[in-house]
Unconditional design. Sequence first.
Length: 193
Amino acid sequence: MNTVFFRAFEEEDAVLIYQWMNDDKLKQHSIGLNRRMCKEEALDWVKSKMRHNPYQVWWAICSVETNEMIGYMSLTDIHYINSSANFSGIVIGDKRYNDGFAWIESYLFIYEYAFERLNLNRLEGHHIDGHTQTSAIGDVFFRNKEGVLRQACFKNGKYYDVVVLSILRDEYFRHKENGDFSMKSIIKRFRKK
């Protein structure tokens, strides 16, 4: 049973986006800037993500139980010739949903969207080296470490290395066929971490 669903942004989402964009603790492990955002800028940001853009897609992550937005995620740098995209990350702003299920369902959705709907060949992502949660999720979802961008992110007063991970289309379908993306299999792999 799903705990979350995904939809396009609505203007009223700017209220929560404003809160989350200004939450330093929430953004401490993200690669993006820790820059404050005013309410008007948050609304403009949400409106820009509502418009059709063939090179990026943004989703509000919503609770099935309450229909409220609990976070957001995106697929960016979609390249139709190279058949690739960047999984730009997940933000779960509502702390009641940090039990892992929203993360798992979001990963499964992004994988299905990238490989089955867009028919992409490669999905990559990046995370700050040492962010154990993101690293564990990458392992559980069969993302292969391709390398490290040395001191590529300045955050919290220091430079961090950035890890580059990817999964390819044939790897995704092989794991899907093996049942590796069932909730039971995913939770079993998490427990081994």
